[in-house]
Design a protein around this ligand. Structure first.
Ligand code: NAP
Length: 515
């Protein structure tokens, strides 16, 4: 059994308390353990601030970008090993594991290119300079400079590689050291990623630390220059946001939480169109990829009332063709959930929704003796407005079809009942209909993805988070924002309105060609 240690103060440390055990999601056999009790979290923060921070800030964007590029390469060299670990510990099929691991190396590479483009500076000019005085002599310029603290990243279990590295990429490129904490059920994958990172020797001392296990009193040690970026459930997010020390010291907090994402089929999309095929394909992919454990996966499927029978029969048939089983077997397209707790949560969530819906396929019955398996489950709501479909995130391969009358206003009314989401996907050829819907649902979503016949052959699936576009969403999705190219760095930088003599402000702090 592997003991996944923490990497703090430039060494590997084992905790002193009772360890948490990570298991194989298919066989339930123990694979590893972790525990971070007894680690001096104050010293960990100070080491990041005093050793990692200065070392990173001494580098230009281009140099930090070069570190990210090297790190991406180092992780890629271990791709097959990480895929295998992900298949056992996270229950991922090979495709699901690649999604996580290639997502990590790809995002590092994307931010490496950004760093190269930003060149020799270590800060960003934000927008154009502004004449403030009677003449151009007194000048203003917004600048973004690296904050002097540490960035604590508390990550969810479902993307142990990507979830960790997308945050690392933004923070390190901004010049801020990180302390990573993985979700425990899949911590073995995150730990191996951390081990490769630390052992590669690519990053300066103190730039990257990794706490494997409970964070203890870590948040009590954060101060005004530090930041906490959290990814996980709304319940945990709310708890952390209310942490007394984070409030008292105005620690910057970014929350990426859960989301009851909707897919909307417009009435004009008939069954002969490419957009309709894409809709069916993406809904099935979203429900089954990573066994539905994606924060961006579709949970609510809005279908015009008169099309419900046709759509549901196609979805049920397609879901029935998904081989569920051991993710190490080549033909398997959907593996188990990641943990026993996840299985219990998903079963409870499906049961709550079943009380107000017809079960079209799947359900909560066990489908194998061992492992955290649940069947792909499609429900048909009796009343599309019932709270249970809009308030509950079932974090597994389950979704509900919500019939609606067909207008964009009707669709928006239901979609926005999710209370704020990460992504809404829209399948429509009628541009006026799409425009109306986008205006209505835009304020409630971090991302609105619109497919039509004009782009059907070129889209990425809506569940895919791209480094160049922001990820996050209002309301229950946490109210946070990450990635989005350069925007992803802003959380780690301080925006300062610099005012003074133009010769100083514009010359030394004005926009560089690359900004
Ligand atoms: P979770 O139970 O909320 O845990 C998230 C992280 O918080 C884990 O690392 C967990 O550690 C840690 N944690 C829990 N309680 C804590 C506390 N009191 N103090 C400090 N850390 C604490 O969520 P999860 O089950 O890992 O992830 C699934 C959820 O994440 C889903 O709801 C999904 O929608 C959401 N998610 C959102 C995004 C997004 O980008 N918006 C992405 C992925 C997932 P332990 O594991 O050790 O408890």
């Amino acid at each position: 059994m592997i003991t996944a240690k923490s990497f703090v103060l430039s060494e590997w440390k084992k905790g002193t308390g009772t360890p948490a055990v990570m298991v194989d999601a298919t066989t339930e056999e123990p694979l590893g353990q972790c525990n971070a009790e007894g680690i001096d979290m104050g010293a960990v923060c100070a080491f990041g601030r005093d050793t990692g921070g200065p070392a990173l800030r001494a580098l230009s964007f281009a140099e930090r970008g070069a570190l990210l590029k090297a790190l991406s390469g180092a992780l890629h060299e271990h791709r097959d090993e990480l895929i295998e670990l992900s298949q056992s510990n996270a229950g991922c099929t090979r495709g699901d594991a690649k999604f996580d691991i290639d997502g990590a190396t790809g995002t590092l590479a994307a931010y490496a290119s950004l760093g190269k483009r930003l060149g020799e500076r270590g800060f960003l000019a934000d927008g154009d300079g502004i004449q403030l005085g009677r003449t151009a002599r007194f000048w203003g310029q917004h600048v973004l400079v690296p904050r002097r603290g540490v960035a604590v990243h508390i990550n969810a279990f479902n993307f142990p590689a990507w979830g960790q590295m997308e945050k690392v990429a933004c923070a390190l490129l901004a010049g801020v050291p990180v302390i990573e904490k993985p979700g425990t059920p899949t911590a073995l994958v995150a730990w191996r990623v951390a081990e490769i990172t630390a052992e590669s020797g690519i990053l300066p001392d103190g730039a990257f630390q990794f706490v494997c296990g409970s964070v203890g009193d870590l948040l009590d040690h954060l101060g005004p220059q530090d930041a906490l970026a959290f990814t996980g459930s709304s319940v945990t997010g709310a708890k952390l946001k209310g942490h007394p020390n984070l409030i008292a010291r105005n620690v910057r907090v970014n929350l990426e939480c859960d989301s009851v994402n909707a897919a909307v089929l417009a009435p004009d999309v008939d069954s002969s169109s490419e957009t309709y095929d894409l809709f069916l394909q993406n809904v099935v992919l979203d429900m089954t990829q990573k066994t539905g454990q994606k924060c961006t996966a579709v949970r609510r499927i809005l279908v015009p009332r008169e099309r419900v029978e046709e759509v549901t029969s196609e979805l049920v048939a397609a879901l029935g063709r998904i081989p569920v089983g051991d993710p190490r077997e080549r033909e398997t397209r959907m593996g188990p959930l990641a943990s026993a707790a996840a299985l219990a949560d998903v079963r409870a969530g499906i049961e709550r929704q079943m009380s107000q819906a017809e079960v079209l396929c799947g359900g909560t019955d066990p489908i194998r003796d061992k492992g955290f398996f649940v069947a792909p489950t499609l429900l048909l709501a009796r009343d599309a407005a019932a709270d249970v479909f809009h308030a509950d995130e079932v974090f597994g391969p389950a979704a509900v079809v919500l019939p609606y009358p067909g207008s964009a206003a009707d669709a928006a009314g239901l979609v926005n009942r999710g209370g704020g989401g990460l992504v809404a996907s829209v399948y429509a050829n009628d541009a006026a209909w799409s425009e109306e819907l986008v205006h209505e649902i835009g304020p409630w979503h971090g991302r609105v993805w619109v497919a039509s016949d004009r782009v059907a052959s070129q889209t990425f699936p809506p569940g895919m988070v791209l480094p160049q576009m922001i990820h996050g969403g209002p309301g229950r999705a946490g109210g946070g924002e990450e990635l989005g190219g350069l925007r992803g760095l802003e959380f780690y930088l301080q925006r300062t309105a610099l005012q003074g003599f133009k010769g100083l402000v514009a010359k030394r702090f004005g926009a560089a060609k690359s900004d």
